[in-house]
Design a protein around this ligand. Structure first.
Ligand code: GLV
Ligand code: GLV
Length: 325
């Protein structure tokens, strides 16, 4: 008999095809206007399922796991981030968890470089000026920014994505890469010739500081007044990890007061960030709607990996990418 699966969102075609062709599962899909399934509906729909394929807008917590019941064996998330999954609760119930690292590394690194350059060279302000009549004449210091050549780039949380970002930035003639993490990662650092420094040194030395860590209790709001106050006035802060690693009020103050030069954020708290949020009023803050992995190739690869993880897990086999709980 077919195993029952609930898919919490319309996912890209490659993953759906894998589920359809598997002959292993019977699945239902939340498929209304590409918005998150209402919580009440989700709690109904998961009753008795064997597997759940979700995205990062769904909180998989004790309430949801209780609603699903003891049949649930696998939660497969179409994301590399797992802060929406209550891992202790999953572990307690013996539910296995799949996620989608690696396949999105290139896309996230590309977007991070794009966001970094858009922020440091003020592209959003510039196109706005050009379009709305601010372009009176060529001016010597107008819309000047900060360049990567001869700069020090700092990486907060060195993993696959941090390495991929550094590899792409190196050809821009970056002088030095530095990083901090809970412990040195010589294996990863070697490939990009990055030096391990303390958190304070990272703040002090970085001309560009890219946040690439997972959101965990240890990293929540780790980017706060303490960090920003040590950064250079000319420095640029980039976050493509999770909004929760930043204290946004402290970031707003740092940007508004000129304590740092600019910030590029692909992630915020909450998401979406309300359009009247103070950060939107700042010219030196570039905000994107969480699109770092949003290439057709990558989103399809993520959906395929999430589908394969789910099917493997439901067969009691090792998943391609499984979180150790
Ligand atoms: C996106 O943010 C992801 O976690 O995949
Ligand atoms: C800029 O366009 C220059 O010619 O210097």
């Amino acid at each position: 008999t077919l195993q029952r699966v609930y898919v919490t969102r319309q996912i890209p075609p490659e993953g759906l095809k894998i589920l359809q062709d598997s002959g292993q599962v019977q699945f239902e899909l939340w498929n209304s206007d590409d918005v998150p399934v209402p919580r009440k509906e989700l709690l109904q729909k998961v009753k008795g399922v064997d597997g759940l394929l979700c995205v990062l807008t769904e909180k998989i917590d004790a309430e949801l796991l209780d609603a699903a019941g003891p049949n649930l064996k696998v939660v497969s998330t179409m994301s590399v981030g797992y802060d929406h999954l209550f891992l202790q609760e999953l572990k307690k119930r013996g539910v296995r968890v799949g996620y989608t690292p690696d396949v999105l590394t290139d896309a996230v690194a590309e977007l991070t470089v794009a966001l970094l350059l858009a922020t440091s060279r003020r592209l959003i302000e510039a196109t706005h000026e050009a379009k709305t009549g601010g372009w009176g004449t060529w001016r010597t210091l107008w819309l000047c920014g900060h360049e990567l050549a001869n700069s020090t780039v700092g990486i907060l949380g060195l993993g696959r994505i941090g390495v991929a970002i550094a590899e792409r930035l190196a050809p821009f003639k970056v002088k030095k890469f530095i990083y901090t993490d809970v412990a040195p990662r010589p294996d990863l650092a070697k490939a990009i010739n990055a030096e391990y420094v303390s958190f304070d040194e990272l703040a002090k030395q970085s001309d560009f500081l890219a946040v690439c860590c997972a959101l965990t209790p240890e990293t929540r709001e780790i980017c706060n007044e303490n960090l920003f106050s040590k950064m250079k006035k000319t420095s640029i802060f980039i976050n493509t990890s999770r909004g929760g690693v930043v204290n946004q009020e402290d970031l707003y103050q740092a940007l508004a007061s000129g304590q740092i030069a600019g910030a590029g954020l692909d992630v915020t708290v909450p998401e979406p960030l309300p359009t009247n949020h103070p950060l939107f009023s700042l010219n030196n803050c570039v905000i994107l709607p969480h699109i770092a992995s949003a290439s057709y190739t990558t989103r399809n690869a993520m959906s395929a990996l999430a589908a394969n993880n789910l099917l493997l897990g439901l067969r009691g086999q090792p998943m391609i990418k499984e979180l150790k709980l």
